[in-house]
Ligand binder design. Structure first.
Ligand SMILES: Cc1cc2nc3c(=O)[nH]c(=O)nc-3n(C[C@H](O)[C@H](O)[C@H](O)COP(=O)(O)OP(=O)(O)OC[C@H]3O[C@@H](n4cnc5c(N)ncnc54)[C@H](O)[C@@H]3O)c2cc1C
Length: 402
């Protein structure tokens, strides 16, 4: 098939790699003119680690990441709210704290080494289907196409999602985050994802991020972001420091002007697939299911989408519509589960419903002693669940997979 992948973030390059390896004629477009290794730290969970492992890319990423063994959540006065350890539940498992730029570099290099053409500085802003297939439009440089399959991997604010009309919900969360990456050559951030809570309106997060860095996240109402950034990093640090406990020196390392804003969207699509008589569009990753990153799973879910899409296309090489129907079915339960988890958790950690924070601080620690609850929390964090009773199994890769 002639396949166009729009977006070279996480889902896009992995889908491109897998489909090119399966012999499809794949090309990519990316709106950023000179893509670089930028972004915050992310926690890559077991779901994503395993998929990168199947692609032969995990070892390189693991070497440049920090093992995150546990979640250490405390109130401002140091009282423990949560202390989940991954290996309390699943032996030898842990998250990888990694700079998003490192993941980007790895995927970019793999796509380039595979000889997949990438056009950069091209923003897709139109879409049209014809008897010969789908065409992608740009306002500046005309049309690209025709394609049998267009993969919309263009992120949380996906243009392709808007153009396709597939969304049944597409709204911004009232809260987002300010974030920064700081030097941490001595590994002060340790091996934990640290969270310091005020009430539900304040969460400070610190994530060890590999390559001698740590990432700082500061939960904030979207409408207050600009004012806080304008007031300067020093004013912010004055407040944030008191939630950081022993990690306060990291807060003081955020350089003036380096606090950046991230906003989240809550996106539901009726189906990620729009099929026509001659070709189809499929949305992957945040384009199909952007959610609050409370659980640190967006990148892992995006990787699982790409992997599943390739498997479904491989299983039905002669029928694109059926392959995409299988894809939709294969991803539905897991995405629904994580969307609901994310929606249930967000008010507890990022909202104006302050009493929920009191209940959290009082109950989370004793409730988490119940082994079933602990198991649910840790396996949910690992990205492997489709419900409290069922887990997700990745479809098999190609027989000759490298
Ligand atoms: C503050 C923050 C913290 C996060 N923490 C975590 C975490 O700990 N763990 C985790 O797993 N996830 C985390 N995430 C989420 C994670 O980053 C995303 O879920 C993941 O990157 C989604 O991948 P994607 O490929 O769908 O989209 P993206 O990675 O956003 O890639 C989309 C790409 O499409 C390009 N593009 C957009 N529009 C167009 C267009 N019109 N034409 C051409 N190209 C276009 C963009 O430039 C971009 O390169 C976090 C997100 C944020 C904001």
């Amino acid at each position: 098939m002639r396949v166009a992948v729009v977006g070279c973030g996480t889902a896009g390059p992995v889908a491109a790699l897998l489909l090119a390896r399966d012999g499809h004629d794949v090309s990519m477009v990316e709106r950023v003119a000179e893509p670089r290794a930028v972004g915050a730290g992310i926690l890559l969970q077991r779901l994503g680690q395993e998929i990168l492992g199947s692609l032969g890319l995990a070892e390189d990423l693991r070497r440049r990441s920090t093992p995150v063994l546990w979640v250490d959540a405390r109130t401002r006065d140091g009282r423990r709210v949560m202390d989940f350890r991954y290996d309390d539940v699943v032996a030898r498992s842990h998250g990888w704290g990694v700079h998003r730029g490192v993941l980007f570099e790895l995927l970019w290099d793999a796509v380039s080494a595979a000889g997949i053409p990438i056009e950069t500085g091209v923003r897709i802003d139109g879409l049209r289907s014809s008897a010969s297939g789908w065409w992608l439009r740009t306002s500046s440089s005309g049309e690209r196409g025709p394609f049998d399959l267009v993969i919309g991997a263009d992120g949380a604010r996906s243009r392709l999602r808007r153009l396709s009309g597939l969304a049944s919900k597409d709204v911004g969360y009232p809260y987002g985050a300010l974030w920064a990456v700081v030097d941490d050559p001595d590994g002060l951030a340790g091996d934990a994802l640290f969270q310091g809570y005020g009430d539900t309106r304040i969460t400070l997060g610190v994530l060890p991020t590999g390559i001698g860095k740590a990432s700082i996240f500061w939960s904030i109402r979207s409408r207050e972001m600009a004012r806080t950034v304008a007031a300067g990093t020093a004013a912010w640090a004055e407040v944030a420091r008191s939630y950081a406990g022993d990690l306060a020196p990291l807060i003081d390392r955020v350089p003036e002007g380096d606090l950046l804003a991230a906003r989240y969207r809550d996106v539901v699509v009726r189906s990620p697939v729009l099929a026509r008589a001659h070709g189809a569009l499929v949305l992957l990753g945040d384009a199909a299911h952007a959610m609050s990153p409370q659980l640190g799973l967006g990148a892992s879910l995006a990787l699982a989408d790409a992997w599943t899409l390739a498997a479904c296309l491989r299983a039905r090489p002669m029928d694109l519509s059926l392959a995409l129907r299988d894809y939709d079915r294969a991803r539905r339960a897991q995405i629904r589960y994580y969307r609901w988890c994310s929606r249930l958790m967000t008010p507890v950690f990022q909202s104006d419903v302050v009493p929920l924070g009191w209940a959290r601080d009082l109950l989370a620690h004793p409730v988490a002693r119940v082994p079933w609850v602990r198991r649910q929390f840790v396996t949910t964090l690992m990205g492997v669940r489709t419900s409290p009773w069922t887990t997700w199994a990745a479809p098999p890769g190609p027989p000759d997979h490298r």
